[in-house]
Design a protein around this ligand. Structure first.
Ligand code: G6P
Length: 594
């Protein structure tokens, strides 16, 4: 979380603000920049979104160097004092940081003993003071940086400037950081999307590497040795803009069909679908799917697809839990990491654990230059295109589509007769966005609710979980999910005549049972909203307060047809409540802290 950007060149204030806007998906609690002039360094900080910072940063300054930060608060409340950049006591050093310094209290205590005072609650201020402390006795900044990062435990992407020096120092460990140059201008950023329009190639920075950039070039160091880093062509495709949409969330929902088309095109190529070529997976006896948030919900459905298509023992885990459970991973285990960003810290930590235990790792990712995509044994891109809105939408549908292909491929390898692309092609033929007016009407009803219940069985339950997450994230409604059969084991106590219960019933094998569970809630006064793909007789329909009907697909990608309406309902509920669905309070899109 948090985004950092640095720039050496003309109009750094403009470039930094533009870069920070592109990084806002990483947090928007506060923002700040430091600009270095020939004789001074100025700091600008503001609470909230970049647009607040923009109001206080002067235009057309004579500065040539600057660093900037957009924050998702971890240590200390989101206010101006805790906003980055943080400075040393002599105000000569300014630091922006993404990550968490786990031993900052220990370092702070030592620095306190050496006479340093702290003005903020952040871990980052410790870094600024540590640099100042080492620099007092050693004016070789490369050696100072080496000492500084050797003292830090945890994750960091750092941009550092000194008011008397004409460059930017940087360092990275377990938080993304990239650098690019164009002529004698240099840019440093948490995400290569900042380089779009600036450079044609960029330099990835490996964990533990640090360096120094000036107008004359970029130097990289590992310990105290200079190292060469090869540039990579910048290949981003279209950077997302709103076009005629008011919000990225709605635009991205309506890009779902294109994502499915991209997936079919990509995986129809022999070279792209033959991911397992040269790999022997015959000894694999269990598969673990791991993700966070929306990606975890995709994992639940992915595990189900694999059980059905390959007959393998498959389970889904929340990444932050997987690390602390006795998860039985060995060289007969396949671990499938699902992540839109490919940078989620908990997912990366689970990946490391899987590797340490000898598992075969598969990444299902959207961001193809991400850490996960680069390091897994094989990776399946989900081809959804850039996703900006915090609430993941098209990426979820794309994850399900690719998980379905993945499950088919594993099945094929294990001797099951299947066409891995069959379900996705059928989904594409059948796909539509449903009856938007019905969804809007429901969103009008939901806006007045403080809490909601969603129930279902099997895949319907997993989709209820994802629908519930969308509603929570974008509308702040306390939406709860229960297995339909579990209502009577306690949860009915919560039901009264003000309660709305949404029943997900798109599986004909359990339709009647699920609807009977809803009846139990109705008998206690609840208003039942039915979400189904089946026709009901007029008499049956009368049992429900409201019915939403979607198309019936007849394979496990029914889940895609089922989730899109809820993404749209969540969007309009959010709009009805006056919330910006692209930037819900307290959240960020890429969660790079554990
Ligand atoms: C955050 C985002 C969610 C996302 C989750 C996992 O919580 O707000 O939208 O599902 O992280 O992110 P990933 O990039 O790993 O899919």
């Amino acid at each position: 979380m948090c985004g950092i950007v640095g720039f050496i060149g003309k109009a750094p204030e403009k470039v930094l603000l533009e870069g920070l806007k592109r990084l806002e998906y990483r947090g928007y609690d506060s923002a700040g920049i430091a600009l270095k002039f020939s004789d001074r360094m100025d700091l600008f900080k503001a609470k909230g979104e970049i647009k607040n910072l923009e109001k206080i940063v002067p235009n057309e300054t004579t500065a040539r160097i600057g660093i900037g930060h957009t924050r998702w608060a971890t240590h200390g409340k989101p206010d101006e004092t805790n906003a980055h950049p943080h400075v040393s006591s002599d105000k000569k050093w300014a630091v922006v940081h993404n990550g968490i310094i786990e031993n900052y209290i220990e370092l702070k205590t030592k620095l306190n003993d050496f006479g340093y005072d702290f003005y903020s609650e952040t871990d980052t201020e410790t870094i600024a003071k540590l640099i100042e402390y080492f620099y007092k006795d050693d004016c070789n900044v490369i050696s100072v940086l080496n000492k500084t990062i050797s003292s830090l435990k945890g994750s960091y992407a750092l941009g550092i400037i000194n008011k008397e020096q004409d460059g930017i120092y940087f360092a990275k460990n377990k938080s993304p950081l990239y650098v690019a140059k164009c002529g004698n201008e240099v840019m440093l950023a948490s995400d290569i999307i900042c380089f779009k329009g600036f450079a044609e190639e960029y330099y990835p920075i490996s964990d533990g590497v640090f360096g120094y950039a000036t107008e004359n070039g970029i130097e990289f160091y590992d310990n105290l040795s200079k190292i060469d880093v090869a540039p990579i062509p910048l290949n981003l495709g279209d950077y997302s803009n709103l076009n005629t949409y008011k919000h990225f969330m709605l635009k991205e929902i309506f890009e779902t069909k294109t994502a499915i088309k991209n997936i079919i095109e990509y995986y129809s190529e022999k070279n792209n679908i033959n991911k397992f070529d040269g790999r022997d997976i015959s000894k694999i006896n269990r598969v673990k799917f791991i993700g966070c948030g929306t990606a975890y919900h995709a994992c639940l459905l992915g595990a189900d697809m694999l059980r059905k298509k390959a007959g393998l023992d498959a389970e889904a885990y929340v990444a932050s839990e997987f690390r602390y459970q006795d998860v039985c991973v060995d060289d007969k285990t396949m671990v499938v990491l699902v992540s839109q960003s490919g940078e989620t810290a908990d997912t990366l930590a689970a990946f490391e654990l899987a590797k340490e235990n000898g598992a075969f790792t598969v990444a299902i990712v959207n961001v193809e230059y991400s850490t996960l995509a680069k390091n897994a044994d094989i990776y399946f891109p989900i081809k959804a295109g850039v996703e900006i809105a915090v609430a993941s939408t098209k990426a979820f549908s794309a994850q399900l589509s690719v998980l379905n292909i993945f499950a088919g491929l594993v099945g094929e390898r294990l001797g099951k007769n299947s066409d891995p692309l069959y379900d996705v092609r059928k989904l594409f033929e059948c796909f539509d966005y449903g009856n938007i007016n019905d969804f809007k009407l429901l969103a009008d009803v939901l806006r007045y609710n403080d809490s909601l219940f969603m129930i279902g069985r099997g895949d319907d339950y997993y989709i209820a979980q994802e629908a519930s997450l969308k509603i929570k994230e974008t509308s702040y409604i306390n939406s709860n999910t229960y297995y339909a059969g579990e209502l009577k084991h306690g949860f009915l106590a919560l039901i009264d005549d003000a309660t709305y219960v949404i029943v997900f019933a798109t599986d004909k094998n359990v339709f009647t049972k699920t609807v009977c569970n809803a009846e139990e809630a109705k008998a206690r006064g609840a208003k039942i909203i039915l979400f189904t793909c089946f026709d009901l007789s007029e008499a049956d329909a009368e049992n429900f307060y409201y019915i939403i009907k979607v198309k019936e697909l007849g394979n496990s990608l029914q889940s895609v047809l089922n989730i899109v309406p809820w993404q749209i309902i969540a969007y309009y509920t959010s709009i009805n409540k006056g919330i910006n669905p692209d930037k819900p309070r307290n959240l960020a899109k890429s969660v790079t802290v554990e």
